[in-house]
Each structure stands twice: as C-alpha cells, then as structure tokens.
Design a protein around this ligand. Structure first.
Ligand SMILES: Cc1cc2nc3c(=O)[nH]c(=O)nc-3n(C[C@H](O)[C@H](O)[C@H](O)COP(=O)(O)OP(=O)(O)OC[C@H]3O[C@@H](n4cnc5c(N)ncnc54)[C@H](O)[C@@H]3O)c2cc1C
Length: 386
C-alpha cells in the first residue's frame, strides 16, 4: 500500500501546466465573468485544446487516457482559481461523457463522446426535475416509444451545460414504462440540443457559479431516434447511480481545490496585513486556523486520490467516492468561512476573491448527492438499516 501520495512525473507536469494556465488565463478574469454571469467559451475551448476534456477517456475515443486521478488533479487546479470553469469541465466529462463511455454503443461513442473528449463540444446530464432531485424513483419526465422514435415530455431543473454554444447533447433520464411492482421503469436517452421539441430556458439567477450555465429544460413532444437509448431499456436508475459515483470524485476534487485557493489567498494575506504593529500571521489564532485548514485539506485530498485510484484500478469505489465528496465539500464551505475571517473586512469586498469562493462553495454539498444522501450511501455500505 502506497501512503506517500507521490504523483508520477506526468501527473506533476499536468498539475503545473493546469496551475499555470489557471493563474494566467482564468484567475485574472474570474471576477469579471462572475459579475457579468458570462460563460467563458474561449477559455473552455482552450482547455479542450490542452486535452483536459478528454483526460480520463481512452485515446481511441479522442481522450488522453490519463485516468481519473489525473482528471481529479486538473479539476483541483481549476477550482483553486475558479469553480465555474471547474464545474463546466467536471459536468461535461463526468456527467456528459462518462455515461457514454460506460454504456454507449460504438456508434454513440463515435458520434457524441469523441467530439466531447476533443473539447469541440460540451455534454450535459439531466436527471433533476422541479419536483425531484435526490430520489430518481420520483421522475415525472416520460419517454414514449413510437415506431422508430422516442417522444419525450417533461421538465428538468438546474441542469449544467445544456444551453451554451458548445452544448451538443443532454443525457436525459425518463420513465419509459412501469415495472411489475408498479415501480417506474427508468431509462436513459441521448438528446441532441438540436432535437425537435427540446427547449432550454433562460439561465437561472444563482447564488454562485455565476459563469457556469444552469438552466431549466423543457421537453415538449421532443423526438429522438430509437437508437438514442443509452444501454438497455430500464437500466436508467443503475446508470444514474454509477454516473454519480464517478462524478462525486470530481466534485470532491473541486472541494479540495476551492479550499486550497482559500488557504493560499489567506496565507498571503496573513503575512501582509498588519494589526497591532505586526503581521496578523504572528497571532496564533490566525496561523493555527491556517495550519488546521492545511491539515484538513491534506486529509480531503487523500480521500479524493484514494477514490480516484480505486476507480483507475477497476475496483469498487462507490463508498470511497461518497466519503471523499462528503468530506471535501463540507471542508470547502469551512475553508471559505476561514478565508473570510482571516481577510477581515476586505474579505467581504467583491474586490477580493473571497466572496466568490464563499458563494461557490455551498453548492458542492448539494449537487451530485447532498451531504445527507452521501451519509445514506456510506451507512448502507456499513450494513446499517437506513
Ligand atoms: C447550480 C446547480 C447545478 C446543478 N446541475 C445539475 C445537473 O447538471 N444535472 C442534474 O441532474 N442536476 C443538477 N443539479 C441538481 C442537484 O443535483 C440537486 O439539487 C440535488 O441532487 C438535490 O436534489 P433537490 O434539489 O431536489 O433536493 P431534495 O432531494 O428535495 O432534497 C432536499 C433536502 O432533503 C434532504 N433529503 C432528501 N432525501 C433525503 C433522505 N432520504 N434522507 C435524508 N435527507 C434527505 C436533502 O439532503 C436536502 O437537504 C444542479 C443543482 C444546482 C443548484
């Protein structure tokens, strides 16, 4: 067992490439994008050119074949600078691309995964609805089989990446029938954004992630060919859970990155800012808060890397991914709070990066499994009757 968490030469090179890119091309513009709610299309395309959108996908599907751990390292570096960019990448790869890799036919992979992995398009995943998020059994969206087509009707809520100029398709969960016990039969469909009857609504006004695209989606007799079914009919609930397991590693990595960004800003500030005749870092109350934060970030990073390494090794990782996301997302909220406290009044000003980190942190404890749902997953792995 390797406890050193030493990265390979390739992973270290990737880490410094993404860090340099994020510091040069993302951090200086992040406040402006946040203020304007502007989706950073050019930056996302540049990340595609760097291969980030295909990091974990095999080379024969347009990717770099670098694995989940490398992807987590990249997401961490992006979120250290800006969470809106990080979630755009995370959602496209983990929620748009990964189900295609896991469940798609060769033709589906060729048509939808390859352009995504090359960074030419973005993918989205639509499960949540106005009346349902955590409980996939409560789906209301339906897909009716008619001759050689699916006819989809329903509304999806809070969907990332479905309405940008790069958005090509939305992996959509829908009820396609009823099982014997009266339970819904849930299936997954690939819905091109150009499909007849598919209507992305205007972007939400959100608390954070202002530069990421989040919309309600309306499907009104939306027609897609029958072969847009992903995997077997009725496999939707299982596919949803498998997709989220992988996505949680990415969200965990974003939590680590956001927390690291807060720590780095705070460490710099604590050494510059003077109070009572000396830098505030001289006060143990300040330096100990940062030392404790650094320790918790190390623990979160270890959990994320462990889950990623298990996934890369083809071993079960569902519980580990839930633990990593639970711990790292709660830590991100704490880190933003510490950063604001250390920065004092300046930390409350939009001129500093801290309010953006503070607003961007909380959603990490909600999307792709709330903290409560993650505790359910972990408790069930423990054999507890919840
Ligand atoms: C900015 C943003 C982007 C998003 N992007 C996407 C996307 O791309 N695709 C997508 O499909 N969804 C997306 N979502 C939706 C997100 O995944 C859901 O909001 C999340 O899964 C929670 O679902 P919900 O909002 O319906 O909350 P609910 O399921 O209604 O939960 C409300 C509260 O009840 C608690 N709760 C529910 N069930 C239980 C239980 N059994 N035990 C204990 N507590 C419970 C929850 O933990 C939570 O605290 C996004 C959301 C946001 C805000």
């Amino acid at each position: 067992m390797d406890f050193t968490l030493e990265l390979s030469d390739e992973q270290r090179a990737l880490q410094s490439t993404i860090r340099e890119f994020a510091e040069a091309e993302i951090a200086p513009s992040a406040a402006q994008w946040d203020r304007d709610g502007a989706f950073p299309t050019k930056t996302i395309k540049r990340l595609g050119d760097l291969g980030v959108m295909g990091l974990p996908f095999p080379e024969n599907y347009g990717g770099l074949g670098a694995g989940t751990l490398s992807f987590a390292i990249a997401l961490e570096e992006l979120a250290r600078a800006d969470s809106s960019v990080a979630i755009t990448v995370a959602a496209s790869v983990s929620l748009g691309g990964a189900p295609l890799l896991l469940f798609g036919t060769e033709r589906q992979k060729e048509q939808w995964l390859v352009p995504l992995a090359r960074g030419e398009t973005l993918g989205a995943f639509a499960s949540t609805e106005p009346g349902m998020g955590s409980d996939v059994q409560g789906l209301q969206t339906t897909a009716r089989h008619e001759v050689d087509e699916w006819v989809i009707n329903g509304t999806k809520a809070y969907i990332t990446n479905a309405g940008t100029e790069l958005s090509a398709f939305v992996i959509t969960t829908a009820v396609t029938g009823e099982r014997d016990a009266g339970k819904p039969e849930v299936s997954t469909l690939i819905v091109p954004t150009s499909a007849e009857g598919f209507f992305p609504q205007r972007p939400y006004e959100k608390m954070g992630w202002h530069a990421s695209d989040t919309r309600e989606l309306s499907y009104q007799d939306c027609r897609v060919p029958y072969d847009m079914l992903l995997g077997p009919r009725g496999a939707g609930a299982r596919q949803f859970l498998a997709t989220l397991d992988g996505g949680r590693i990415g969200v965990g990595a974003m939590g680590v990155g956001l927390a690291q960004g807060c720590l780095d800003h705070s460490t710099d500030w604590a050494q510059q800012r003077c109070a009572f005749g000396q830098p505030i870092a001289r006060y143990q109350a300040v330096s100990f808060a940062l030392a404790e934060l650094k320790t918790r970030i190390s623990a979160a990073r270890a959990l994320v890397y462990r889950a990623a390494a298990l996934k890369d090794a083809g071993k079960p990782y569902s519980e580990e991914a839930a633990q990593a996301k639970l711990f790292a997302s709660e830590l991100a909220v704490h880190a933003a709070d510490v950063a604001m406290q250390v920065h004092g009044g300046y930390g409350y000003m939009e001129e500093s990066a801290i309010p953006r980190f503070y607003r961007d942190a909380k959603i990490l404890t909600i999307g792709e499994g709330t903290s409560e749902i993650l505790k359910l997953v972990i408790a069930r792995h423990m054999g507890l009757p919840v």
